[in-house]
Write a protein that binds this ligand. Sequence first.
Ligand code: COA
Length: 343
Amino acid sequence: MNEQPRATSVVVAGVGAYLPQRILTNKELAQDLETDDAWIRTRTGIRQRHIADPEESTSDLALKASERALTAARCSAQQIDAIVLATTTPENTFPATAARLQQKLGVGKPVPAYDVQAVCAGFVFALHSAWNMIRLQQARRVLVVGAEIYSRSIIDWTDRSTCVLFGDGAGAFVLEAQEKTKEKTQEKTQEKTTSATQRGILDIMLATDGGFYEQLYVDGGAGSSDRVGHLKMQGNVVFREAIDKMSQSVALLLARNGLSVQDIAWLVPHQANSRIMSGVARKLGIEEARVVSTVEDHGNISAATIPAALDHACKQGSVKKGDLVALTAMGGGFAWGGALIRW
Ligand code: COA
């Protein structure tokens, strides 16, 4: 936890998401693959995933999610001071997809715009970067985006143990500086701000353990081969470690902020597999009714799962102002992290 006094709170001013129109159901997948709807649903909870059109690129998905987040935040692209975009499937090897997004949004001025690569934990890493930029008062408004097109090249559509899990999509937050609200104590002379009342991001933790590099990776890339490569995964190890690391990250954040599991209104875990999400909730002692879930309809959209799930929850009216929301994700690396946000 940062011990320094914080001049401003960093609040989520707007959330947006975009899922491509084309839906690929389990039944359709089973036409060309030795699998079936019952197996996929029972083992993963996934019913369908969205697939980008051939003309759609990663920045197109990011653009639509960003425009929706900006509208929700009631601000224009010109009011953005930075863009941090998490992706594992960038538009081109370089420049950053964030640069293309900046161009398409019409930000109209030079601002820092860069990509973050922490695979399925990417959005939490991007959030951390944006949070600190605002806390350091180097920006007032930062657009944080997760955008992925797994379907186009890194998925091996003949590998039934991985291809059924993933989909395409994007989600975005607009983070904004807000003056801290101050509560008068009974003495009226002192003022206090506490994690029990303060809105905005309370804390974020990040970690990577490269010892798990080979358990979830893509076997190609610009620095090692002449091909993009395909996703390879040791599913059972990922499954076990994801439950442990995601639940531990939330427990650590609660402990170092003097909060308990009962304080959490909504848990928003990375949407990879409903059984992993249930395992995290069970370990933490949070009932399923407080877990936001979109994996059934979105599949795993990697860095985009958390903002897309939160967009869904906000639209449904389940996540409300003042709710304590816990985010957590784990992916390739392994990289993992969590965040506590007072909505
Ligand atoms: N359809 C039908 N059968 C399939 C299948 C599919 N799509 N995929 C694998 N199988 C088969 C396997 O070949 C295996 O057959 P075998 O026993 O004859 O060898 C059998 O199902 C059981 O495989 P297993 O790997 O033990 O299944 P599981 O219950 O562990 O579930 C995953 C597999 C992939 C769903 C699970 O390990 C998982 O979700 N892991 C985490 C994946 C993840 O979330 N990755 C991204 C994290 S960011």
